[in-house]
Design a protein around this ligand. Structure first.
Ligand code: 13P
Ligand code: SF4
Length: 347
């Protein structure tokens, strides 16, 4: 990482050395100038940049002060002392940073960078679930908006979901909104998956049940077992890593399933191998910049259009114009924060 460099020529030299196979030469100078300008503005604004693992290589390696998966970025957002946080990720992530840091200015460089999972459930849906299953704890994936978190007992991420469920030590859990994450975590924790309207009584196989929701990640739901079989036929030595937002049969067929940072750790711990990552394609580029001895096969036909909203150009504009500021109504924020604080305490 070179996230403090403010000289465009030195930035270009670094990019030519470290990102040469990842950023086209024709774009390199423009990206180096933008990155150096972002680093200069960061100091002027006393800002910190949090970059999700899905950011494009120049944003990820050349300007982000802290990178990570949702859980790591949430933890770091809680620790930072900078008065301004620029969140290079999607809206629910920036909103989470604001919930934890009400006194700070939190900026999202795109006016709207959504998420199909966050879009899949409303606060009214959660209230209806609680009315249908009174007393059952609500565990909500962090990929949701503040008003849904406000109706939640404890949040979780793909990096800690199984641990949170185990720590609750209850038979039945409302686990929302990602159906596939629910199915994958249920497999890991021995739970049965039910949907609203189905009775929990008599269905649990001893380890209890998840009341799930039909939310899906529009990117990960597209991966299929056939993709894994095809790539293994062509490259028998390939190691397939799948995000737990993938369908359960895909996660099960993979060699490893974990959060974005868990996948990165796996590659770093097993260098020099050939990989296929069933997740947003930009992450493979970010890994290769650090571990060029590994080989990444890419399925770049499945991209997250929301993460791709965040660009170097818009990050410059965010710091120049202090846009787009994230706001959360105080009564919602206070309730939502409890569910995030519980998650951080439990993980
Ligand atoms: P991670 O928490 O694993 O980074 O996942 C976030 C996400 O949105 C995956 O699509
Ligand atoms: Fe949401 Fe899927 Fe994009 Fe992640 S990859 S931000 S879960 S739409």
């Amino acid at each position: 990482m070179i996230h403090t460099e403010t000289n465009a020529d030195r930035m270009l030299g670094w990019m030519q050395e470290h990102l040469k196979d990842l950023v086209p030469e024709i774009e390199m100078r423009a990206k180096a100038e933008l990155a150096a300008e972002i680093n200069r503005l960061k100091v002027e604004r006393e800002a910190v940049i949090l970059g999700h693992n899905y950011m494009e290589p120049a944003l990820y390696h050349a300007v982000s002060d802290i990178t990570g998966d949702s859980l790591e970025l949430c933890r770091k957002a809680a620790e930072t002392e900078a008065p301004v946080i620029v969140f290079c990720g999607v809206e629910f992530m920036a909103e989470t940073a604001k919930i934890i840091n009400p006194g700070k200015t939190v900026l999202l460089p795109a006016q709207k960078a959504g998420c199909s999972l966050a879009q899949s459930i409303t606060a009214a849906d959660v209230r209806a679930l609680k009315a249908q299953y009174p007393g059952v704890p609500v565990v909500t994936y962090i990929n949701t908006y503040a008003d849904v978190k406000a109706e939640t007992d404890v949040c979780c991420t793909s990096g800690n979901a199984a641990r949170i469920v185990a720590a609750l030590n209850t038979d039945t859990v409302i686990f929302i909104p990602d159906e596939y994450l629910a199915r994958n975590v249920a497999r890991e924790t021995g739970k049965t998956v039910l949907f609203p309207g189905q009775s929990a009584a008599g269905c649990s196989g001893g380890m209890g049940s998840f009341i799930a929701w039909h939310g899906k990640c529009e990117v990960h739901e597209l991966f299929q077992v056939q993709d894994i079989e095809n790539v293994r036929r062509q490259f028998p030595d390939v190691l397939v890593l799948a995000h737990p937002e993938c369908p359960p049969e895909v996660a099960e067929a993979a060699d490893f399933s974990g959060s974005t940072s868990a996948m990165i750790r796996f590659v770093k711990e097993h260098p020099g191998k050939r990989y296929l990552l069933l997740t947003e394609c930009a992450m493979a580029d970010n890994i290769i910049a650090e571990t060029p001895e590994s080989e990444m096969l890419r399925m770049c036909s499945h991209r997250c259009p929301h993460m791709a909203q965040i660009t170097l150009e818009d990050t410059v504009a965010a710091l120049q114009k202090m846009q787009y500021e994230i706001e959360v109504p105080e009564e919602v924020r206070v309730k939502a924060k409890r569910s995030i604080d519980r998650m951080l305490a439990m993980s």
